[in-house]
Design a protein around this ligand. Structure first.
Ligand code: PXG
Length: 464
């Protein structure tokens, strides 16, 4: 039995290595390390691999499995919809009930000025749609020169050419001759790296005012919009100081530019509110969403279009020349509807706010006491741990030691998924985690930090 399972695993690994090109992966290195881990099934907050290991999923898949694994209602919603109408498009003056009902529900759940939604298949497509909407809006307003969209360094807005251009990941730009024209980047509000000697209030204002500086540099009549994630996710769970977003909002208002919130990670309860914008007091004109809308059970994303843009781009007439085969896919919409209805019935967002976040925050901060941790921060159910060589002055380990990757590998082999962004460890557990799961996450993280410290000490000659 065991031999069969291990034969099967090695056959899968070898076929995976031969045929499957993974996202963001160095396949040569992966092959040398013995191939990919094969996840075969999952239940609740745990995933299981083909070697029989049970692993606590501290990343909710990829920031998306908010209701956890194994929710039969979502499977039933997909099955029923696929039997009834597995596919039809909403081009050519057609529509279908799941897309209608989901757009109505999203209007209800989103902030008051949002009454329209454009569906896509992913967060990247949602952000490409934003670029198109923003430029169409200003064109129709008789200001076609307002083309420039300002985004931030180290932001992640997806992997399509538009999404990667908005994103501020230099490695992605280098490989694809990006960004496309008309996109500018300003520095991010990453206090641990960039503002250790300032108070959070001062640092937040300083980083927000970089937007004003950039607007004046590009020319007020050339700037169309600013886009940002309320909390940067893939960049390393960067939580802006409380002064940051109000100042960004003030600047957008003052210069009349559109404000886009990329809520692909932060929407649907991740920050203890239906939308992360609400938590920070942001009043966006456009919102991107994906991931948690279906708890990741089927791919779906979209752009919530606020009334300011809708009154121009939709209500005035004229065709918006943009759309995808799978815009408003019926099965994906049916799963999203079931997912959001469960979240509402089970008061998941309220529970995160009232109970899970306070407990998670208290326990997660304890990791800040670890000898190689410079900071452990969290908001809602996302958290980051900064691995450092010297707690006092935040000095990092030399990059060649790959402290973050070491820690990640220790975590996975000790039953915890925790992601590494450089030497920043990040978590984003399913929203349904219980206190016991949070205890398990923190205890395993501590143990793996110990293992990381030990292995680094033996190689770097530090005391740990
Ligand atoms: N915006 C944000 C804020 C995201 O986090 C996207 C857009 C793109 O969504 P799609 O559905 O096109 O992937 C994302 C996606 C990571 C990681 O390593 C994060 C994402 C995707 C892949 C990896 O943390 N976020």
């Amino acid at each position: 039995m065991a031999t069969n399972a291990s034969n099967q695993t090695s056959e899968w690994k070898s076929n995976d290595n031969r045929h499957y090109m993974h996202p963001f992966t160095d396949h040569k290195e992966l092959g040398e390390k013995g191939g990919a881990r094969i996840i075969t099934h999952a239940d609740g907050v745990y995933i299981f691999d083909s070697d029989g290991n049970k692993i606590l999923d501290g990343m909710a898949g990829l920031w998306c499995v908010n209701l956890g694994y194994g929710r039969g209602e979502l499977v039933d919603a997909a099955t029923a919809q696929m039997r009834e109408l597995p596919y039809y498009n909403s081009f050519f003056q057609c529509t279908h009930p799941p897309a209608i009902e989901l757009s109505e529900l999203l209007s209800e759940l989103s902030p008051g000025n949002f009454n329209h939604v454009f569906f896509t298949g992913s967060g990247s497509e949602a952000n490409d749609t934003q670029i198109r909407l923003i430029r169409r809006y200003w064109d129709l307003q008789g200001q076609p020169d307002r083309m420039t969209i300002i985004a931030r360094k180290n932001a992640y807005h997806g992997s399509t050419l538009g999404g990667a251009s908005l994103g501020g990941m230099s490695a992605m730009h280098q490989q694809m001759m990006l960004p496309v024209p008309g996109i500018e980047h300003i520095e991010q509000p990453y206090q641990f790296e960039l503002g250790a000697d300032m108070t959070p209030a001062e640092f937040g204002l300083q980083q927000a005012r970089l937007l004003e500086k950039k607007i004046l540099e590009v020319g007020v009549d050339k700037v169309a919009a600013f886009i940002g994630e309320p909390v940067q996710g893939a960049g390393g769970v960067i939580i802006p100081p409380h002064t940051y977003w109000p100042e960004i909002q003030r600047i957008c208002d003052e210069y009349g530019i559109l404000l886009v919130a990329d809520e692909v990670i932060t929407a649907f309860g991740r920050l203890g509110q239906w939308f992360g914008s609400t938590r920070f007091g942001i009043r966006p004109d456009l919102i991107s969403f994906a991931k948690g809308v279906t708890s990741g059970y089927l791919p779906l994303g979209g752009t919530l279009v606020g009334d300011r843009v809708a009154e121009v781009v939709i209500a005035r007439g004229g065709e918006f020349a943009h759309g995808y085969t799978y815009s408003g896919h019926p099965a994906a919409c049916a799963v999203a509807l079931a997912n959001l209805k469960i979240m509402r019935a089970e008061k998941i967002v309220e529970r995160v706010k009232a109970h899970t976040e306070p407990y998670f925050s208290k326990r997660f901060r304890e990791l800040g006491d670890h000898p190689i941790v410079g900071e452990a921060r969290s908001i809602g159910l996302v958290g980051a741990i900064e691995i450092v060589r010297n707690k006092a002055n935040r000095e990092r380990f030399d990059k060649k030691f790959k402290a973050g990757m070491r820690c990640r590998d220790f975590c996975v082999s000790n039953g915890l998924v925790m992601r590494a962004v450089g030497d920043t460890m990040i978590v984003s557990p399913p929203l349904i985690v219980e206190d016991g799961h949070i205890d398990e996450l923190v205890e395993k993280a501590w143990k793996c930090l110990d293992l990381t410290a030990g292995s680094l000490a033996s190689e770097t000659g530090t005391s740990g």
